[in-house]
Ligand binder design. Sequence first.
Ligand SMILES: Nc1ncnc2c1ncn2[C@@H]1O[C@H](COP(=O)(O)OP(=O)(O)OP(=O)(O)O)[C@@H](O)[C@H]1O
Length: 607
Amino acid sequence: MDIANNSYLNKPLMDIQQKNNVTLKWDNLNVEVLEQARQKNKTYKTILNNCSGYVTQGQTLAIMGPSGSGKTTLLSLLTKRIKSNRSQKIQGEILMNESQYTAEDFSSVAAYILQNDILMESLTVRETIEFAARLKLKDSEQEKMNKVNSIIKKLKLEKCQNIYVGGTYIKGISGGERKRTNIGVELVTNPQLIVLDEPTSGLDSFTALLIVNLLKQLAKNENKTIVFTIHQPSSEIYNSLNRILLLRNGMTVYQGDSREIVPYMQKCGLTLPDYCNPADFFMEIIANNKTQFEIKEEPFTLQLYQEYVQPQIEEEMRNLQSNKLIIPESAYANNFFYETKLVAQRSLKNFYRSPVLLKGKIFQLVVMSFAISSLWWRLGNDQPNNNNINDIQQWVMNVTGLLFFIGIGCFMNVMMTLTITFPIERSVFLKEENSHSYRVSSYFMGKLLIELPYIIIYPTLLILVCYWLVGLRTEGFLVCAFVLILMSLTGNGLGLMTGAMFASPQVSAAMSPMLLLPFLMFSGQYSNLDYLAGWITWIQYLSPFRYMQNAFLINQFDGADYNGYDPVQVLGYSLSLWKSIGVLIGLATGFHILAFVFLKARAKKLS
Ligand SMILES: Nc1ncnc2c1ncn2[C@@H]1O[C@H](COP(=O)(O)OP(=O)(O)OP(=O)(O)O)[C@@H](O)[C@H]1O
């Protein structure tokens, strides 16, 4: 198939509703980062050195250079992802249509497509683009769907439109289809500037060429401005590039038409060997890898660039014409309720389509029910001998152990599932929130609405199966079930909170046990609370397990006469049943509020 001549690429992706063309211009950009923060004499490493350049409407600019040359840093500056702070100094000017702009302005008119395509794995390609269209557009449902159809058609995604995107747990579409789906999601709002970090990495050369040609056509047919980084393109891809910018150790060493580089190299005393890919040739030289080509003099130097290229670039920058940039309102396109409904619908799909979630949860329920019923079979029916204190103590210990195990089971089941699944979904949330798809509150509420039935059903089913098999007090069933539901809810809050609190999913997974251990230690189950060191006993007041055991024990043993032995008092639980339940409700609510606050803070930090 001749990709370059494929007719679909020559048609505009969609009607341009609003002419808001973008020109980016950067002048004398310098970036220095602190190298040795702990030493008295601070040393800074220069990452970008006096970089100037531009890209304008209808152009694609490919930023090239060896690893560590500063490509990602330049993209981060253009997309306003990094700012000057104590550990990095940024100087220079970046203008969008001759005006300063903020990260917020950038996301209103532009799209930044990261190297890793962050998409929800349990949605199909069509559903993914539809979700973005429904949330980001204000049009009627029919108009939104027309746009989705047009994007799917023009990105050649028809064949895979009903296949899951896939990922860690679900098998899905190919890398190239994934990249195009990600581009499709961004095209929904018709951004006039698209910045992509290595859109071709990990793709075979055919698919990579397809992506590059697609970007070129977006620039050509829709007057979009496209900037992307690319590593070692094949000769076919290189020949299809429009403008390139070469970086070497943070310095611009070439900028201009990709085809002009061969004459430029000749001016610098370099001849491209026959049948050699220009990109391979100059990348080898820039990377100082002179083994393959015999080079006598250094051709890609700053002096040569300043002598031969820079004057022309400066002239072009002076002559750039751009209209006043219209920054659309960055307000959300839809109201809270509509957003919540869509997020809830997607969470529901994610729930029943994720085999690891659904099967894992059913499996957990069966295993837990079997383990509890068989380990503590008819325990409650085998009442102790009231004249034997050892017998009473042993029996009470077994009952408290049983109740503790059921409670922990319900708590951990929800919390641990979240520890595994939430970090995967969190990056999707952060990306969507960052592009103003929905409010943090809508996401939080939508997710909670879908989790709530499971939070209620799992402990209810578990206790329905086990309660009478282990012979617990019939009158205490409802309270026991209610406390278990509260424990599930608390586990949900704590799981979300740890997932939102820490920057990396790995750290949050590692920190969860650290948070849990003190709560378990101060539950009163392992050690009588009066015996623990005074300075740290305040943790008991935050431990949901303490209130759980308090409520469970009163519920089971209240009014029972074991020859003067009162298990509740002996084990040091002093709160009344309803106070314990009240505090559990408070903790479940508190952890959810904290989770929301952390999620909002994390989203704000990223934006
Ligand atoms: N915070 C930092 N502290 C110290 N050095 C940094 C920091 N950030 C980036 N660097 C260094 O700056 C240089 C440029 O990094 P950058 O990620 O921009 O390169 P790159 O060209 O995108 O590389 P690659 O192609 O491998 O992604 C690298 O040498 C990197 O180690």
